[in-house]
Design a protein around this ligand. Structure first.
Ligand code: CA
Length: 230
């Protein structure tokens, strides 16, 4: 899953980003409102973490604009203020949860998982938490992957790649699309990293099975499909 973190304090942002990446989320960080809105317009995030005290545009204004175009994406507000009045105002504006600084990372994580569990992910993906292609299953909440009932251990990036393929079953995804979704926007490496990770994924997912699910579409990219290859 891909999250947008809007936080201007670099230390706090890095702390949250590192923790979430260890939990297998891809995390984009925006240090101000205009960057946040630009990213929220370009990418489809599974959840947005929004600090209220931002330079220039306030988090409140950012929330208003995000909700103006996307009613679905869960928004978790972070703030140093804890007045009831603010909470009510932001809930009315469409925030889904609220966390007062300072907080323990474990609490942030619990709240994020609770919001994602509600199944209010975005319109593209619908409310599905368990993805399935043939006998391959991926549970987006427990992050467990099984093929024919056997647990498969994946690295963070392998998991994110498989999740993205399975969210787009039967659809060919270009290397650029995969990089944009699975790696965060700070990634500036070569696109052949995708080929390397697809190879790893095939070894774990398809190697031991006669029915191969991951497809290479020459000159275009990759897809996952239950259909027989033609
Ligand atoms: Ca701040």
């Amino acid at each position: 899953m891909r999250l947008l973190l809007v936080e201007d304090e670099e230390k706090v942002a890095r702390f949250i980003q590192r923790g979430l990446e260890a939990e297998r989320f891809a995390v984009d960080v925006a240090a101000d409102g205009s960057r946040a809105l630009a990213l929220a317009t370009s990418y489809s995030y599974d959840l947005i973490i929004l600090d209220l005290m931002l330079p220039e545009q306030s988090g409140t204004e950012v929330l208003r604009q995000i909700r103006g175009r996307d009613k679905q994406v869960p928004v978790l507000i972070l703030t140093a203020r804890d007045e009831l009045r603010d909470k009510v105002q932001h809930f009315e504006m469409g925030a889904d949860d609220y966390l007062t600084k300072p907080f323990a990372f474990a609490e942030l994580l619990v709240r994020i998982k609770a919001l994602l569990r509600r199944g209010v992910v975005n319109q593209t993906y619908g409310r599905v938490n368990v993805l399935q292609v043939a006998d391959l299953e991926l549970d987006r909440l427990t992050q467990q992957v099984k093929r024919a009932g056997q647990r498969i251990e994946l690295t963070v990036k392998e998991y994110a790649l498989l999740e993205y393929l399975m969210l787009n079953v039967d659809r060919v995804l270009s290397r650029t699309m995969i990089i944009e979704h699975v790696w965060d926007q700070s990634f500036d490496g070569a696109t052949n990293i995708v080929d390397v990770y697809v190879r790893h994924l095939r070894n774990k997912v398809d190697e031991a099975h006669e029915h191969k699910l991951i497809r290479t579409v020459r000159g275009v990219g990759y897809a996952i499909s239950d259909e027989e290859e033609t």
